[in-house]
Write a protein that binds this ligand. Structure first.
Ligand code: FMN
Length: 168
């Protein structure tokens, strides 16, 4: 049985974290959630448009992802934090596969500028807070690059494999 890692990343921070988690778990698959509308927007336009979508809970349709859930024993999901919340593309994924996520152990990680805000609650509301095994938060403003958070990520994966629940 394998671990499924699913992530959404707009400006690639979450991508780097997800790829390192994938490296750490030999029997794992990595899936990127992609927007149906994948036109690249300027930084400020994206902030405003995606920020409003998040605040007003507007859906952002994602490309269909085919997953053979029978292959997996656990799931790790992650994304950036948008306006103190889980971004609509990740919520679209959770909505599409809520049943599968409810039946497997789930760990969650995020990348944020400074504060994860309501991110974990928003996900917990959908799949059950008690179900979220482990959490990892990458905070950009702490000024650490991927190299400097690798050992924290190793701890996150270690706890998950050992079934030790821990919240950051
Ligand atoms: C629309 C938008 C809203 C954001 N809102 C927040 C926020 O509320 N809190 C925060 O700490 N960072 C916020 N950020 C910063 C991102 O969470 C951060 O840059 C993250 O590392 C980006 O991950 P990515 O490169 O995988 O997209 C926001 C970024 C965008 C684009």
């Amino acid at each position: 049985m394998k671990t499924l890692i699913v992530y959404f990343s707009y400006s690639q921070n979450t991508k780097a974290i997800a790829e390192y988690i994938h490296d750490l778990i030999p029997k794992s698959d990595l899936i990127r959630i992609e927007l149906k509308d994948d036109r690249k927007l300027s930084k400020w336009y994206a902030m405003i448009k995606y920020g409003f979508n998040t605040i007003f809970k507007r859906k952002m349709p994602i490309k269909k992802v085919e997953i053979d859930w029978a292959e997996y024993e656990r799931v790790i999901i992650g994304s950036p934090v948008w306006v103190g919340n889980a971004p609509p593309p990740l919520l679209s994924f959770i909505e599409s596969y809520e049943f599968n996520l409810l039946t497997l152990p789930v760990s969650v990680f995020c990348s944020c500028g400074s504060d994860p805000g309501n991110y974990f609650n928003e996900i917990g509301k959908r799949i059950g807070n008690e179900k979220v095994e482990n959490r990892f938060v990458y905070i950009e403003s702490a000024g650490k690059g991927l190299e400097e958070v690798k050992s924290d990520l190793e701890g996150f994966v270690f706890r998950m494999k050992k079934g030790v629940r821990f919240s950051m």
